[in-house]
Design a binder for this molecule. Structure first.
Ligand code: PMP
Length: 461
C-alpha cells in the first residue's frame, strides 16, 4: 500500500463506516467492528486496509474478475478511449461498441445483435421487455408469460426478482410483476423423480412442458434459464436436459433466454459461454460480470436475427421498434475494456486453462469429499465449482447456514476468500462456492483446497 494511503486509511475506514451502505450486509455489527476495505489487487490476490494478502477464490466476490486484477492493458485501453470519447448515447453508435459487438458475435454462432446496458439485471429486463413487445406485436399481448426455474437468479430489480427462484432473497420485496411462472429445478442430488442420469435430465425438462401445458402454450412467450445455476447452489444440468429443453421451446414456439451473467466469457472452460457446452440455440443471451472482468460496468443482451427482425417490420407503425434506452449503455469504457478482456483470454489461452484447472480443482474437491463426510455433493464446470455441505449424507439435511459461513470465515482468516450460497433459498444456504480467476494455477488451487480442508476440520472435526 502506498504511504499516503497508509496515512489516510483510518479516515477512509471512518468515512466508510459513517456513510457507505454495503451490499448484502447487516450493518449493526459494523458500528463497533471494522468494515473490510479492499485496497489493491494483482493477479489472483487482493490486499485489505491492514495490508493483509488474500487469495481470491471468488473473482471479486461474485464471479466477476475473470482475467484477474491489475491488468494495465485494459486500464490503458479504457484511458485512451475516455480521452478520445467517453460517452454518447441515444441512437448513435461508438467505435468500441461496434468493434466489441463484432468480436463477441464471432464467438456466438447463430446470434447477431448486441444491446448494451449496465448490469446483469438490466440485461435480463431488456430481454423481458423484448418478449413482451413481441407478444403484443404478434399475439395481441397473449403470449407474454416468462417461465423461470426454481433456484435460478436473474437479478435484483423488481422485474428480475419476479423472475427469481430464490424465495429467501425475494422475501419482503413483493408484490412482484405478474406474468412470470416458475418451473422445477434440475438438481439431481436433490432428486424430485426416482430416475438418474439422462432419464433424470429428460424428466426435469418434461416438468417444464407440464407447466407450459397447464398455463396454455399460447400464453407462454419465453423460458429464461441459467446454463449452470450459480447462487442457487452451483447446479450442473444432468445429461439429456438441454436437448429436451430446446425441443420443447421449438415445439411451442417459445423463445429461449439463456442468462450467462455468471457462466459467460470463459467461466465454464473450453467454450466462451455455458450454453455452448450443450449445443443449445438460444434467442437471447444476457451477460455482464466477466464481459469486462469488472474493469468497467458493461452488460449485454444479445439476440439472434429472428428476434431483431421482429423490431423493424413495419415502418408505417411509429411503435414498431424497441423503445428502450439505458443512459450508461452509451459509455465507451465498457466495450473498450471488454475488447481487451476478450483479447487477453484468447492470447493467454484462458479457456483451455479454465478447463484444465477446473478439472484439477474438481478432483481436489472430490478428494476433500472422501475425507470430510460433511461434503454431500461436489459439482460444477470449469472454474465454477461448489461443495454442498450436509449434516447427514443419507437424509441430505443441509448444515445450518452459520456452519457454512463459519467455514468461509475460517478460510478468510487463513487469507483465502471463498463464497457461500447465502440468504437465497430457505434451508439451503449450505454450498461452498469457488470461482477463481481463469488465470488460476495448480499452486493457487492447492492453497484454496488446503484452506478449505483446514476450515472443515476446525468447524466439523
Ligand atoms: N443473473 C445471474 C445468473 C446472476 O448471478 C446475477 C448476479 N449475481 C444477475 C443476473 C444480476 O446481475 P447484476 O447484479 O449485475 O444486476
Amino acid at each position: 500500500m502506498d504511504g499516503n494511503l497508509q496515512n489516510d486509511i483510518e479516515k477512509i475506514v471512518e468515512a466508510d463506516r459513517a456513510h457507505v451502505w454495503h451490499h448484502l450486509t447487516q450493518h449493526k455489527p459494523l458500528e463497533t467492528g471494522e468494515p473490510r476495505i479492499i485496497v489493491e489487487g494483482r493477479g489472483m490476490r487482493v490486499w485489505d486496509q491492514h495490508g493483509k494478502e488474500h487469495l481470491d477464490a471468488v473473482s471479486g466476490g461474485v464471479w466477476t474478475v475473470n482475467v484477474g486484477y491489475g491488468r494495465e492493458r485494459i486500464a490503458n485501453a479504457v484511458r485512451d478511449q475516455l480521452i478520445k470519447l467517453n460517452y454518447f448515447a441515444g441512437s448513435a453508435g461508438s467505435v468500441p461498441g461496434a468493434q466489441f459487438s463484432e468480436k463477441l458475435i464471432s464467438k456466438m454462432p447463430g446470434m447477431s445483435r448486441v444491446y448494451y446496458t449496465n448490469s446483469g439485471s438490466e440485461a435480463n429486463e431488456k430481454a423481458f421487455k423484448m418478449v413482451r413487445q413481441i407478444a403484443h406485436k404478434r399475439y395481441g399481448g397473449k403470449k407474454h408469460k416468462i417461465l423461470y426455474r426454481d433456484r435460478d437468479y436473474h437479478g435484483s430489480t423488481i422485474g428480475a426478482m419476479s423472475c427469481g427462484g430464490q424465495d429467501e432473497r425475494n422475501a419482503q420485496y413483493g408484490p412482484f410483476a405478474p406474468g412470470f411462472v416458475r418451473v422445477p429445478h434440475c438438481l439431481e442430488y436433490r432428486a424430485q423423480w426416482d430416475l438418474s442420469g439422462e432419464e433424470y435430465g429428460q424428466r426435469a425438462a418434461d416438468a417444464i412442458e407440464e407447466v407450459i401445458l397447464a398455463e396454455g402454450p399460447d400464453t407462454v412467450g419465453a423460458l429464461c434459464l441459467e446454463p449452470v445455476t450459480a447462487g442457487g447452489g452451483v447446479i450442473t444440468p444432468p445429461e439429456g436436459y438441454w436437448p429436451r429443453v430446446q425441443e420443447i421451446c421449438r415445439k411451442y414456439d417459445i423463445l429461449l433466454h439463456i442468462d450467462e451473467v455468471v457462466c459467460g466469457v470463459g467461466r465454464t472452460g473450453t467454450h466462451w459461454f455455458g450454453y455452448q457446452h450443450y449445443g443449445v440455440e438460444p434467442d437471447f443471451v444476457t451477460m455482464a460480470k466477466g464481459v469486462a472482468s469488472g474493469y468497467a460496468a458493461i452488460a449485454c443482451c444479445v439476440t439472434n436475427e429472428r428476434v431483431f427482425d421482429m423490431f423493424k417490420e413495419d415502418m408505417t407503425d411509429p411503435m414498431d421498434y424497441f423503445r428502450d434506452i439505458s443512459t450508461f449503455g452509451g459509455c465507451t469504457a465498457g466495450p473498450a475494456a471488454a475488447l481487451e478482456n476478450m483479447a487477453i483470454i484468447e492470447e493467454e489461452g484462458l479457456l483451455e486453462n479454465t478447463t484444465v484447472m477446473g478439472d484439477y480443482m474438481l478432483d481436489q474437491l472430490h478428494a476433500l469429499k472422501d475425507k470430510h463426510k460433511v461434503i454431500g455433493d461436489v459439482r460444477g464446470k470449469g472454474l465454477f465449482l461448489g461443495a454442498e455441505l450436509v449434516a447427514d449424507r443419507t437424509s441430505k439435511e443441509p448444515v445450518p447456514e452459520k456452519h457454512a459461513q463459519a467455514v468461509a470465515a475460517d478460510c478468510m482468516a487463513q487469507g483465502v476468500v471463498i463464497g457461500v450460497t447465502n440468504r437465497s433459498i430457505p434451508g439451503f444456504n449450505n454450498t461452498l462456492c469457488y470461482s477463481p480467476a481463469l488465470i488460476a494455477t495448480r499452486d493457487d488451487i492447492d492453497q484454496i483446497i488446503a484452506a478449505t480442508d483446514k476450515a472443515l476440520t476446525k468447524v466439523f472435526g
